[in-house]
Design a protein around this ligand. Structure first.
Ligand SMILES: CC(C)(COP(=O)(O)OP(=O)(O)OC[C@H]1O[C@@H](n2cnc3c(N)ncnc32)[C@H](O)[C@@H]1OP(=O)(O)O)[C@@H](O)C(=O)NCCC(=O)NCCS
Length: 177
């Protein structure tokens, strides 16, 4: 069963993620980071045990990111990773976010989920905010992959309204290839 995560799930989420982090496959997560981002998370529960987790974070109006996708070593290869990605895609659809990205070493898995490799330089700088915490930040070898939800309309980026004192806040320009 895939469901949204609660605070009760955090210790087990940390255990699953950090078991892969120890092998250099993903970033370590502290309890503090997990509580802070908990609204983004779904878990996969089988017979009362959390066997995997995944999160969808909003980057921008037209871009979200699948993060912290991890399945317990003993439960891999049973379709749970796919179910968690499907949850993330449904969440992006609900939020009307057209593109979903992933930075990953699991290229073949994400290709099966409909993601395509893109040049990292095409992603906005905000994507790299986590890199300061990554030991590989100067030699990043993760692959950037993106899936576009054709059924979600292209969004015209909103102009920022001036503040009461007339200061306007800049927004990034939007270009879809
Ligand atoms: C990558 C990961 C999430 C996949 O989860 P999973 O539950 O094992 O995958 P699933 O069983 O849902 O697989 C779905 C499909 O992808 C395929 N697949 C899964 N892992 C694959 C891999 N490494 N290479 C090629 N195909 C793969 C499966 O064969 C299956 O194909 P099918 O639908 O044709 O039968 C899981 O292996 C994992 O936790 N990896 C370590 C952590 C990690 O790297 N996470 C990604 C961070 S972005």
């Amino acid at each position: 069963m895939i469901r949204q995560a609660t605070v009760h799930d955090v210790p087990r989420i940390a255990e699953v993620i950090n078991s892969h982090a120890e092998l250099g496959k993903m970033l370590f997560k502290s309890y503090a980071q997990l509580y802070e981002g908990l609204r983004d998370f779904a878990v996969c529960e089988v017979d009362g045990k959390i066997v995997g987790c995944g999160a969808l974070s909003i980057i921008w109006a037209d871009l979200s990111e699948i993060r912290s996708l991890a399945i317990d070593e003993q439960s891999r290869g049973r379709g749970y990773g796919r179910q968690l990605v499907d949850w993330c895609l449904a969440e992006a659809r609900r939020l009307q976010i057209r593109r979903i990205m992933s930075l990953t070493y699991e290229q073949a898995f994400f290709a099966k989920m409909g993601f395509e490799v893109v040049d990292k330089d095409t992603l906005p700088l905000k994507v790299w905010s986590d890199c300061v915490r990554c030991p590989k930040r100067d030699g990043c070898d993760e692959i950037a992959m993106v899936r576009t939800l054709a059924e979600v309309p292209v969004m015209a980026m909103p102009e920022t309204a001036p503040t009461p004192k007339g200061v306007s806040i800049p927004v990034l320009e939007y270009v879809e290839e």
